[in-house]
Write a protein that binds this ligand. Structure first.
Ligand SMILES: [Zn+2]
Length: 154
């Protein structure tokens, strides 16, 4: 049974939603977004979980996606980690963390993102670049100038 993000809960037909894995925190999110939809989804037979998000947070910190992920997003990723089931999401940051962890994911509507985001350091002096996995400051090994963190694609 796949893991569904909130976009799927909002927009998919109910027969496609039933029986899947979701986070308890998504119900609150759904209630805020659409009370009618929340009532409908509540009546479905879903597996509601409240996972430990530690591994999801560590992975998201490594890819640099943590600032763009909500506590609900992290719950959903954590469920995907625990269950090792396909995650349905259109959120690029969530997809990026899945890719980093080797977890399978599918889009809810949009096309799958093809590229992995990474952090890159760029020297403000000589413009040398260096790939890093965790966001951190460094000085350039070539010229000694400070290096600035920027997001890069690979
Ligand atoms: Zn330099």
């Amino acid at each position: 049974m796949p893991v569904l993000d909130t976009a799927a809960l909002l927009h998919w037909p109910v027969e496609k939603i039933a029986g899947n894995l979701v986070a308890n925190s998504q119900m609150t999110e759904l209630e805020n977004l659409s009370p009618e939809r929340a009532m409908l989804v509540e009546a479905l037979d879903l597996r509601w979980e409240s996972p430990d998000t530690k591994d999801a947070e560590i992975a998201a910190a490594k890819t640099g996606d943590l600032p763009r992920l909500s506590p609900v997003d992290l719950d959903v990723i954590a469920i995907a980690i625990n269950s090792n089931e396909i995650l349905y999401t259109d959120d690029y940051s969530m997809q990026n963390v899945c890719r980093f962890l080797g977890l399978e994911f599918q889009p809810v509507f949009n096309q799958k993102s093809k590229k992995q985001w990474f952090w890159q350091l760029k020297c403000i002096g000589c413009r040398a670049t260096k790939e890093i996995e965790i966001e951190k400051e460094e000085t350039c090994e070539i010229c000694g100038s400070p290096m600035k963190v920027k997001k890069a694609r690979r």
